[in-house]
Design a protein around this ligand. Structure first.
Ligand SMILES: *[C@@H]1O[C@H](CO)[C@@H](O)[C@H](O)[C@H]1NC(C)=O
Ligand SMILES: *[C@@H]1O[C@H](CO)[C@@H](O)[C@H](O)[C@H]1NC(C)=O
Ligand SMILES: *[C@@H]1O[C@H](CO)[C@@H](O)[C@H](O)[C@H]1NC(C)=O
Length: 342
């Protein structure tokens, strides 16, 4: 490549970056290091006091928010500038989704179950993201999120290509990395075209999928990572560092670590002193490419995973920072409002 070509591609890149920044209107408190909370297993209990009160960013399940309309006011009554991120399963449809019966169930757009190795998720099936109807239904969820008062979306499972590598057909759709790049890029364009109730652009994040950072990082607004230090895996690699480009661009990276000693997997009850000293140290360590990340510790596996039991990294002091956000599982099955099913 000639120097001239390098220069012109750099200019093109910076133009497209500034173009993106100009279009996306981000709330001023959505910054690197913002304190966050994520509770997506059960619906948060809106009759209980908010905990923690100083979490600025809340990541909750889109369909919990749909089924419990009081959630948005509950969070805003504590902090009017709270940023509500609505999680949904973008790569799969699951039976608890409000639009499952009405749209996905008999659509012919559902492939294989999430993973034969994880039968607990067998109510989730990979969707055919190469089909325009499927993509439009996912975009409809983003519009629903905006209509419900969410400020951002956290579309999960955008890495189905990992199941389809090397001639495998794990999703049932033979999906490639570029299929997911196209999918996520289309979702980002759709999100950014929406204005939230707070008057900002609808934001959209990258969930895991480090292979995609180079291709979608510039069009997404934040990232949500699970176990990026790979502490729960025998494999000796980390992918936190791949997301430093987000931090450099002023985009927050929200990370979750899963120390097994934090609490009881089955009941979801937190140990009052949180994770063991060794696991706390490993989870809160900031030398693994995760400088600047907003980190929460959550119970690993079971019904407690990604639920209320949480530990924050307070001054690297083990035994501190434990917070139990109360949840009310009775709310999970509340009826879906009609607009969430369509
Ligand atoms: C996408 O899926 C819908 C619903 O199953 C189907 O009607 C349509 O023909 C599909 N489109 C393509 C291009 O295959
Ligand atoms: C992939 O799996 C699906 C579902 O089992 C099947 O219908 C399809 O024919 C398979 N495709 C390939 C290319 O093997
Ligand atoms: C799967 O898709 C790739 C392109 O992404 C294609 O090259 C390959 O032939 C497909 N495999 C099958 C079995 O259809």
């Amino acid at each position: 490549m000639s120097i001239m070509k390098v220069a012109s591609s750099l200019i093109a890149a910076s133009l497209s970056i500034s173009g993106t920044v100009a279009q996306v209107k981000v709330p001023p408190n959505f910054v690197v290091g913002a304190k966050w909370q994520i509770v997506i297993q059960n619906t948060i209990d809106i009759s209980a006091p908010i905990a923690p009160t100083d979490a600025v960013v809340w990541d909750l399940d889109l369909y919990h928010v749909a089924r419990t309309p009081g959630i948005v006011n509950y969070l805003r009554s504590n902090n009017p500038d709270v940023i509500l991120v609505c999680y949904f399963n973008a790569g799969l449809a699951q039976t608890s989704d409000c639009d499952y019966e009405t749209r996905w169930k008999n659509s012919g757009l559902l492939g294989n179950i999430y993973s034969p190795d994880e039968p607990q998720f067998s109510d989730e099936r990979w969707i055919n993201i190469k089909n325009e109807t499927a993509r439009n239904w996912v975009k409809r969820r983003i519009t629903l999120a905006r209509d419900l008062g969410c400020d951002a979306v956290d579309p999960d499972n955008i890495d189905g290509y990992l199941n389809d590598e090397d001639g495998n057909n794990g999703t049932g759709w033979n999906l490639s990395e570029s299929d997911y790049v196209n999918f996520v890029t289309e979702l980002a364009t759709h999100a950014h075209g929406l204005t939230t109730k707070q008057g900002f652009s609808m934001l959209i994040g990258q969930k895991n999928a480090p292979e995609l950072v180079d291709q979608v990082g510039s069009v997404l607004d934040f990232a949500v990572l699970e176990d990026c230090k790979t502490l729960n895996d025998d494999e000796d690699y980390t992918f936190c560092g791949d997301f430093q480009t987000y931090i450099s661009a002023g985009k927050p990276v929200f990370s979750i670590e899963y120390p097994s000693t934090l609490g009881d997997q089955d009941t979801g009850v937190c140990s009052p002193t949180g994770a063991s000293d060794a696991q706390y140290a490993a989870s809160c360590d900031t030398t693994k490419g995760n400088t600047g990340f907003s980190t929460v510790l959550k119970i690993q596996g079971g019904d407690g995973e990604l639920n209320g039991c949480t530990q924050y990294c307070y001054g690297e002091a083990p035994g501190t920072g434990v917070v139990a956000t109360l949840t009310d599982p009775k709310l999970d099955g509340a009826p879906c409002p009609p607009e969430a099913s369509q």
